[in-house]
Design a protein around this ligand. Structure first.
Ligand code: PHE
Length: 346
């Protein structure tokens, strides 16, 4: 009985042709899988009288090997056919899956744009360390040891000096440290911008963060005047926010500049008419600036009789928020793709 059945199956397998993946799967289910006919016959072995069992077992093994050999053969044939003929695996009638393209982070877009504008005006780009010594972040910039201005920028300290000499190590609170490093190692003319990450000990909210980005600028040469500062930032505002933009300067205070000024630009959302972005004033603040204090030049080994300079600093987050009407600073660091996708192609 069993022998008959095995013979039948052998001839069945020998005659079968398999040309598609579906047929191959049907073949596998019937002859190879644990629920297939061959397994079933093996399970029946225990009911075969002892004296015949060995012979039947051998026949079953032959059947099993044949099934496996044929399976390998069909599988190989289908694989090579589908290489040559992709229609066998690709359904060309399916709708196309759109290519999920990544996009630049809005802060990257704006940083690159700022750099581009200043590069065209002849500024180069400088970088410096985020972990900094007191000297480069404060002292060289004319912050006296116990000057209250040090508290203007709540600082994350890494180590505090013990003795007389101020040798604190800290996370830089602005990229002005790069200005000092540049002036110490390079003779004027210096015309450079410094993009980078800065740190302040602030509670995180929609309007403040403990990590943010700045671009500062420095121009030191003979006869650099306040007018050069105004012209440079006026040109920047027109390139960044549109040709009709105007700027205004408001007196301000920074330890490292004298005189100092905040730079406002006409609100490019309402064009000066008044909206909630500019708090109905028609102006938005974009940068701090001023003429480099002669003490700073001297601290950095530059002759303040011979040279003058201007400096400015702006927050990349702030400009990005103004430009794209973003109302919460935290969106920049949450990496929510629903936010980030909006900048595709920007
Ligand atoms: N360093 C200042 C800040 O972080 C910005 C600034 C730079 C102001 C240069 C004036 C001149 O707030």
């Amino acid at each position: 009985m069993v022998t008959e059945r095995v013979k039948e199956l052998i001839s069945e397998i020998e005659q079968i042709t398999v040309t598609s993946k579906d047929q191959l799967e049907a073949f596998r289910l019937r002859y190879i899988s644990k629920k297939g006919v061959v397994t079933e016959l093996f399970e029946g072995l225990k009911n075969i009288p002892q004296e015949d069992r060995r012979a039947v077992g051998q026949e079953l093994n032959t059947l099993k090997n044949l099934a496996q050999d044929r399976f390998q053969e069909f599988n190989a044939a289908i694989e090579s056919a589908s290489d040559a003929n992709p229609e066998m695996v690709f359904d060309l009638t399916l709708p196309v899956v759109p290519n999920q393209q990544g996009s630049l982070h809005p802060l990257t877009i704006v940083r690159r744009r700022i750099i581009e504008i200043f590069e065209r005006m002849g500024f180069n780009v400088s970088y410096g360390p985020e972990i900094e010594k007191d000297w480069y972040n404060f002292s060289a910039l004319n912050f006296a040891d116990n000057h209250p201005a040090r508290e203007m920028q709540d600082t994350f300290f890494i180590s505090k000096s013990q003795g007389e000499v101020k040798d604190d190590v800290l996370l830089r609170t602005h990229t002005s440290n790069v200005q000092v490093r540049l002036m110490e190692r390079q003779k004027p003319p210096i015309r450079s911008i410094m993009p980078g990450r800065v740190f302040r000990n602030e509670a995180i909210s929609a309007r403040a963060h403990c990590v943010f980005h700045q671009v500062e600028g420095l121009y030191v040469d003979r006869n650099v005047s306040f007018k050069d500062l105004k012209d440079t930032l006026y040109h920047f505002a027109k390139e960044m926010f549109g040709k009709e933009s105007k700027i205004r300067l408001r007196p301000s205070y920074f330890p490292f500049t004298e005189p100092s000024a905040e730079i406002d630009v006409t609100c490019f959302i309402c064009k000066g008419k008044g909206c909630n972005i500019c708090k109905y004033s028609g102006w938005v603040e974009i940068a701090g600036s001023g003429m480099v204090d002669p003490n700073v030049l001297t601290n950095c080994g530059i002759d303040s009789e011979e040279y003058t300079g201007f400096a400015f600093g702006m927050g990349i987050e702030r400009i990005t928020m103004l430009r794209y009407g973003i109302n919460d600073l935290r969106l920049f660091t949450e990496n929510d793709v629903r936010f980030l996708r909006q900048f595709e192609g920007a």
